[in-house]
Write a protein that binds this ligand. Structure first.
Ligand code: MN
Length: 254
């Protein structure tokens, strides 16, 4: 089995090394093609207005001067000798739960794989507020990664669908198990923008520093993580809101 590994935290991120270890439990045919720099929050963006560079570290390890989507495209089309059987993205430093998904470079890399018809899995390690930066522990992902992926390898996935996995912020021995759950929703209430001034007197802004608030809904990824389970969520790319089609069409006279 040929596996392409990528992420959005960059080629030197600790979570990428964790994912490589997980992947080696299934195959020796591992290829890594990941952004050279952190791309968290890049979503499904594709670099269109500047050249994208590929840097080779060794025979099967490459850094891309662009987004996670750029990295998957180059990985599949220019780096690998033939297309992968599986794309793994992560292990992200931080949650990709509920509405995080549309901002997520980690999930978007898996979306790009799904669009190409390749089985694709995004993996993220949720962390507690006190763990930040390089201090985020990946213990739950490291211990539970392979056993969460294994049942998915032979599972048929519908076209244009992918799998999103989140690991709870607990020591591996305290993880209670694995739940297959739907995507939850955050309460989009505050969205505070933190403002400061740089040493030259110019204003700057930081997004995404609020604790994310959500009302836990039964059977969601958010609830599973809160209760100490690995959350496995099948996602699909058809964003159509089917039940609105009829009523909306009536407004246009048909
Ligand atoms: Mn990230």
């Amino acid at each position: 089995m040929k596996i392409l590994i990528t992420n959005d935290d960059g080629i030197h991120a600790p979570g990428l090394a964790v994912l490589e270890e997980i992947a080696r439990e299934f195959s020796d045919d591992i290829w890594i093609c990941a952004p050279a720099e952190e791309q968290s929050g890049a979503g499904h963006s594709l670099t269109l207005s500047e050249p994208v560079r590929l840097r080779r570290y060794d025979e099967r390890r490459f850094a891309v001067s662009g987004t996670p989507t750029d990295a998957v495209m180059l990985g599949m089309r220019k780096v690998m000798d033939s297309p992968p059987d599986l794309i793994l993205s992560g292990v992200n430093r931080g949650a990709n739960l509920g509405d995080d998904i549309t901002y997520s470079g980690t999930v978007s890399a898996a979306i790009e794989g799904a669009l190409a018809g390749i089985k694709s899995i995004a993996l993220s390690q949720v962390y507690a507020r006190e763990g930040m930066g390089d201090d985020v522990p990946f213990a739950a992902a490291a211990a539970w990664g392979a056993r969460t992926i294994a049942p998915l390898l032979n599972a048929p996935l519908p076209a244009r669908s992918l799998i999103n996995i989140n690991f709870p912020p607990r020591p591996a021995a305290e993880v209670k198990g694995i739940r297959v759950v739907r995507q939850g929703f955050h309460d989009y209430s505050r969205g505070t923008v933190v403002e400061g001034r740089d040493p030259r007197g110019y204003r700057y802004f930081w997004f995404g520093l609020d604790p994310i608030e959500h009302t836990l809904d039964h059977g969601t990824d958010l609830e599973a993580i809160e209760e100490g389970y690995v959350a496995v969520t099948p996602l699909h790319l058809d964003l159509t809101h089917y039940s609105s089609l009829g009523a909306l069409a009536e407004r246009f006279g048909k």
